[in-house]
Design a protein around this ligand. Structure first.
Ligand code: SF4
Length: 249
């Protein structure tokens, strides 16, 4: 009998995504959907969508979704979880949505220890709006609004979200992962599963930051974009678990 190596996950619809070739959003979507399916909570999942390239995620996830205003997904998710404590509530946010306009939202949801899970997609640029500099853009990185490369003297240093939120009391689990190669995809899935497992058992706030590509706005091929994640992003945004606290609040 032939071994089945690949199947459509019930956590995603069969719709083709609008994401650019080589973009990591599709991989990250799949990991989230697989984890919720494996944990048996697809029917309890409620996804709060951001503004950004993943604004149309409701077309791809086979679960209930709600659209938040730009940056406000953590506040909306907090309310949804408090009203439906049995639900498995997640926000899926990019670096414009989470680290710029929504920075205060994520800090306070994390500090309150809201029992939600945030999947934070860091691709060091604003993807949806044409490749402007983000709070996560690397020093020297060329963007539409920093054509000579980001200068820290003018823009400050890039925000390390996982490290910043790990200093707060509220979060129970914070990790940074990447999906640029199969070994990292497996580690990313394990971290996402851990984050949702903590939520299901009633711990506090959990967040997984995923280093991601934007080949379109970086002006790189998908292969070179994966190399950029490894060689340029990881030295400044090291992978690892930044907070891992046991116990209910
Ligand atoms: S613009 Fe960038 S982040 Fe957005 S879908 Fe395309 S590659 Fe992905």
């Amino acid at each position: 009998m032939q071994e089945k190596l690949f199947a459509i996950t019930p956590g995603l619809t069969e719709a083709s995504t609008h994401y650019c070739p080589g973009c990591h959003h599709g991989i990250i979507h799949r990991l989230v959907a697989e984890v919720l399916d494996e944990l048996g909570v697809l029917d309890k999942g409620i996804l709060v969508e951001p503004v950004g390239c993943s604004v149309l995620a409701h077309n791809y996830f086979a679960m209930d979704t709600i659209q938040a205003a730009h940056g406000r997904a953590p506040a909306v998710a907090s309310a949804v979880k408090r009203v439906h404590p049995e639900a498995v509530v997640l926000t899926y946010q990019g670096d414009g949505d989470l680290a710029a306009i929504g920075c205060a939202e994520i800090v306070h949801a994390a500090m309150r220890g809201e029992k939600i899970t945030t999947i934070f997609v860091n691709n060091a640029i604003y993807g949806m709006t044409g490749g402007q500099m983000a709070p996560t853009t690397l020093e020297g990185q060329v963007t539409a609004t920093s054509p000579f490369g980001r200068k820290n003297a003018e823009a400050g240093r890039p925000i390390r979200v996982a490290e910043m939120l790990a200093t707060l009391d509220g979060p129970k689990y914070i990790a940074r992962v990447a999906v640029n190669k199969p070994a990292n995809v497996n580690k990313a899935k394990a971290a996402i599963k851990e984050a949702f497992t903590r939520q299901i058992r009633g711990d506090g706030f959990t967040l997984v930051e995923v280093l991601s590509t934007c080949p379109t706005n970086w002006g790189l091929s998908p292969v070179k974009a994966n190399q950029f994640v490894e060689e340029s992003m990881m030295p400044y945004f090291p992978l690892g678990v930044y907070k891992d606290e046991e116990g209910k609040q």
